[in-house]
Design a binder for this molecule. Structure first.
Ligand code: GAL
Length: 437
């Protein structure tokens, strides 16, 4: 699988620009180049505990993680006990709270799941909680194996700080094939198609759009895909650099589209998780859902095959991207075991074992496409040819504080769907992030 270096490069430039604007007052000074205390070559005789912290608790998430754990003894010989520390909750908001308490209290896990981009850099790197991984990247040849744009986004001041295990796509509309067919509906490409399909489904007593936003990221993700689908890639990117006006008529139109889309969701959305919402689609009680391609891993884990997919309305040709990564916290217990975990996470074997189960494509450029199913092969092709934009809901587009303000605005909108109020809060959030004036 080949990935588009050019698009990532421009994305990286945009992200770096946003970092420059939004990085809080953290101590930006480099500490020389501290070397992780663990050896990074082929390890022998590793012992002790290795705690891996994540929010991967659902079917495909757990299966992918377990595949990595199963491979660990082969790549990292010895007698290491892996402790699977998970904090449930899609999108990771709860996990991040627990992680923050632990990191600030001097109790880091061995390694933890963290999104590439602002979430990694703003939260943990500029604040000096992470070890640089230059030696590991050099020894493993990763500077030639990961796309340059990805390398840029996991790096700060020229040093890599985490190892990307995958690339996920956030802007996917998933549907139950039989339900759409039974109602003579073609998978909707535009907002107008979507609204027409939704009216037909509603008249037939089927929930048009399944949503599970007990964790607000799911609705924020619908906001982000609707912004992309209404504004297009360039203007969406401009939202994160100050080049697109949050108060513009185009953003108003996007938020009107959002309001209308959310009028077609299940009543119990705020008590369901994203995977419970997917269950509505699997059961045929709902026809469609907008979710990242970890949903494909959920379908696989549940043995559901009667699904189709297409880019969320208006987003054809655009890849709304995010990446799960792992790094080495300063003061991590047993750093040798962690370094070997990172080596595994970045390896071809590791990525080929993990990603087909997780519903993501490799961050590496050399994975064997034949190991991946039809959806993932199509995603890998799109990743190569589409325009890449950064995900808001998953740590790539905005600083954590800014994304938090947007989540709060979306939460309020769910209760009281007033477009003017939401647009005002989004404009204010950009000012608070010091990206807009
Ligand atoms: C994302 C994460 C994915 C998946 C999803 C749902 O933030 O990047 O790997 O786990 O949340 O939990």
């Amino acid at each position: 699988m080949v990935v588009p270096k050019k698009s990532w490069l421009s994305l990286a430039i945009a992200l770096v620009a946003v970092v420059v604007f939004t990085v809080a007052c953290g101590d930006d000074e480099e500490e020389g180049t501290p070397t992780p205390s663990g050896a990074t070559g082929t390890p022998t005789g590793l012992t002790g505990d290795l705690e891996i912290f994540s929010w991967w608790t659902t079917g495909g998430e757990g299966a992918g993680l377990q595949a990595l754990f199963d491979l660990y003894p082969q790549i990292c010989p010895g007698d290491v006990e892996i402790i699977n520390s998970t904090v449930a909750g899609g999108g990771g908001a709860q996990a991040r709270q627990v992680l923050t308490t632990r990191m600030q209290g001097g109790d880091p896990p061995g390694s933890f799941q963290v999104h590439m981009g602002h979430e990694l850099i703003d939260t943990w790197v500029t604040t000096d909680y992470m070890e640089p991984l230059d030696d590991l990247f050099a020894e493993e040849g990763w500077n030639d194996i990961f796309p340059q744009g990805v390398l840029d986004i996991v790096s700060y001041e020229g040093h890599p700080y985490s190892v990307p295990v995958n690339i996920h796509r956030a802007n996917v509309l998933w549907y139950n094939k039989s339900v759409l067919e039974a109602n003579n509906i073609d998978p909707p490409e535009s907002f107008d198609d979507f609204f027409a399909a939704a009216d037909t489904l509603q008249a037939a007593g089927i929930t048009p759009l399944a949503l599970g936003d007990s964790e607000i990221f799911a609705s924020t993700q619908v906001l982000e895909t609707t912004l992309i689908g209404t504004l297009g890639a360039d203007a969406y990117n401009g939202l994160w650099t100050g080049d697109t006006d949050w108060s513009s008529a185009e953003v108003t139109q996007a938020l009107e589209n959002l309001r209308k889309m959310l009028s077609y969701v299940n009543d119990d959305h705020s008590s369901l998780t994203w995977d419970q919402a997917n269950q509505l689609v699997i059961d045929g009680d709902a026809a469609m859902t907008i979710m990242g391609d970890w949903l494909e891993g959920d379908n696989k884990a549940k043995g559901f095959t009667d699904y189709g997919w297409l880019p969320a309305p208006g987003t054809s040709g655009i890849y709304d991207a995010l990446s799960d990564t792992f790094g080495l916290p300063k003061g991590a217990p047993n750093p040798d075991t962690v370094n070997c975990w990172l080596k595994l996470v970045g390896s071809k074997d590791g990525q080929e074992a993990f990603n087909p189960l997780k519903g993501s494509v490799c961050a590496r450029t050399d994975c064997d496409a034949s190991l991946f199913d039809e959806y993932l092969q199509s995603a890998a092709e799109d990743w190569q040819s589409d325009e890449i934009v950064p995900s808001l809901a998953h740590g790539a587009a905005a600083s954590p504080a800014w994304a938090g303000d947007i989540n709060d605005a979306v939460t309020a909108f769910i209760t009281d769907p007033d477009v003017g109020t939401l647009q005002g809060r989004l404009a204010d959030a950009c000012v608070a992030a010091e990206v807009c004036e």
